[in-house]
Design a protein. Sequence first.
Length: 273
Amino acid sequence: MRERASHTHPAVPQPVSVALALVLVTTACSAGETTAGEHAPEGELVVFAAASLLDVFEELAEEFEAEHPGVEVTFNFAGSSELAVQINSGAPADVLATANTHTMAQVVEEGGLDKEWADDHGADGVVFAVNTLQIAVPEGNPAEVTDLEDLADDDVTVALCAEEVPCGAATTTAMEGTGTRITPATYEDDVRAVLTKVELGEVDAGLVYTTDVLAAQGRVEGIDFPEAEKAVNEYPIGVLSSARASTPAEAWVEMVLSESGTQVLEEAGFDTP
């Protein structure tokens, strides 16, 4: 995520008159905090989002910025579990979208969602998309993978998401449903890292989302497997209590939930509620 610029103010010569002091206090309030817990817009909307949302959210950002002149959308894309850790550790952000409800719950438990927004929309965020796992293989499928059990073959090199991130948790659920045990060559921090391993031919297969296979635009091939239906991930979104500009944050969530947002999600391969 891009570093934000820090601003310092020149020292005011002493002594400072009472009138000037009042002006400075008034200016500070109007430029920053206006009431307890409420801040004026600063021209940047910071969105923390699951890595699998990268293409969709970047496309929506172009429309959002066109409709909200002066507001720039900045993203932090990563594994949902990492995003939750960052937010619960105090990282400044306005909106969070995770790849499963369990990860969002970790933020909710720490009071991470804006209370007023949550009272109006849902204490656990709003589910806006659904995603399903798919086996991704390099072009031509050199290892001739056909199903989930093939990934358990010692001769097949596999990349999986780390178990603590949503795609990894979904993978574990899918394996438990059949008793399949896959020993991967590598565990990756997020689903896009798994996709990259497959694209580069560094592994014979990887478990990613259907949307990631589509995003690869033919650089990988996708293979459906029935066990994936037991490990469907729901994606919730919410305005954070750390939001510095509540109106742009709420407007972003509204766009994601809107008809145009739904269309972009479905074109990318997501199902929508």
